[in-house]
Ligand binder design. Sequence first.
Ligand code: FAD
Ligand code: SF4
Ligand code: SF4
Ligand code: SF4
Length: 389
Amino acid sequence: MYPILITDKHTCCGCTACASICTHNAISMVSDELGFMFPLVDEAKCVGCGLCVNVCSFNTTYDTRLNLPQPDSYAVRHKDIDEIQASQSGAAFVLFSDWVLENGGVVYGVGYEGHFHVTHKRALNKEQRDEFRGSKYVQSDLRGVFKQVRQDLNEGRMVCFSGTPCQTAGLSSFVGPHLRNKLYLIDIVCHGVPSPKMWEDYITYLEVKEKKNITSVNFRDKKIKGWKSHIESFVFNNTHTYGCTYTHMFYSHINLRHSCSTCHYCNTKRPSDVTIADFWDIGKISETFASDNKGCSLVLVNTLKGEEWFNAIERKAEILPTRLQDSLQAQLCYPNPQHSQRDVFEKDYIRLGFKKTLEKWEFIGWRKGVRKYWGYPFRLIKRIIRKYI
Ligand SMILES: Cc1cc2nc3c(=O)[nH]c(=O)nc-3n(C[C@H](O)[C@H](O)[C@H](O)COP(=O)(O)OP(=O)(O)OC[C@H]3O[C@@H](n4cnc5c(N)ncnc54)[C@H](O)[C@@H]3O)c2cc1C
Ligand code: SF4
Ligand code: SF4
Ligand code: SF4
């Protein structure tokens, strides 16, 4: 039974809890061809203690002992419109993390290292924390982070950690119940995480195409057509380009981690104190709340600690209590299905590389152009035939 062994990629979300807990440094997180991390055990160092197997919480028995019978649900917006503009949804993350920083704590969230390598980082103040604003639609690199969080907690610091639910579940299991008290967990409602390798290859592809270096990226730039749109933007020194290639791949599910299609957290039993998301259906609940299309957060309060935390942020927020059943979205009910051709796509990617694979699969190149511009007349004719014949 020991040590941990991954024979089916669907069974591992890459949270790093097993590698972090091994006191014999027998586990390394090793990247597959798409940049997703998996544990690899050095049998020579392993003593068969079983800690790695026991800490793994990517299963149906993850810890929900602190959860309320059902979460309280709210639509939330920061009162400062500049914070909303700089954040992905309604800046709920800023509200929660501000409170931790103002009370002497540290905040962990997702930013960049080097040339847009998406990674978890530690912030001691609001300036450092601001880099975490905005969704980075890539699986973040967590190597070394869980141990750093545990060290902060052991030294008596309050810690806010934000991430995907599989990351917060893994961290919670790793630190254990005795340190959980000072750990404030925020998870996002999660569509799934795309491949880090494809993201970095995409950056290189754009830079070669434009013959310039990218200096800034925004996975979902609200400034172009508002919060509800999904437009990527890139800055090359002083010029901007906009696109949707990466977005199309993301929503096709072709480049997501295998475990995302078997995710255990796509429900309302969340492995965190609070959950944040886009409140897509806010317009059905209120005609006036967030009607400016600048952003609105859904906040689920999952634990008693989450409730106290939520009360502490209230004065800086506009809040509308909602019914849980009106606040749900697909990712709170079931995992996204895997793309039927995902593994074929991956094999092509390994064989052909980024550009040729994306051309073959019509995400870029002339075939995509033909489909986009000539597809419409054919679809129109089909619709007319279907209607009148
Ligand atoms: C991969 C991914 C999938 C998502 N899927 C959905 C979805 O299906 N439905 C939905 O309603 N919302 C989804 N979201 C969440 C949504 O896009 C917003 O991030 C969320 O509403 C927070 O907005 P905010 O304004 O409160 O936070 P902001 O101020 O914009 O802060 C962003 C927060 O997201 C965290 N974050 C950013 N990138 C990552 C990452 N790669 N991995 C883990 N955490 C990250 C940051 O640490 C920070 O806490 C997803 C986000 C990501 C990153
Ligand atoms: S069984 Fe123990 S020693 Fe072996 S890899 Fe797992 S945690 Fe490390
Ligand atoms: S889900 Fe996390 S703890 Fe479990 S095997 Fe994968 S990396 Fe290790
Ligand atoms: S969908 Fe589930 S497994 Fe995939 S990143 Fe999100 S929480 Fe983790």
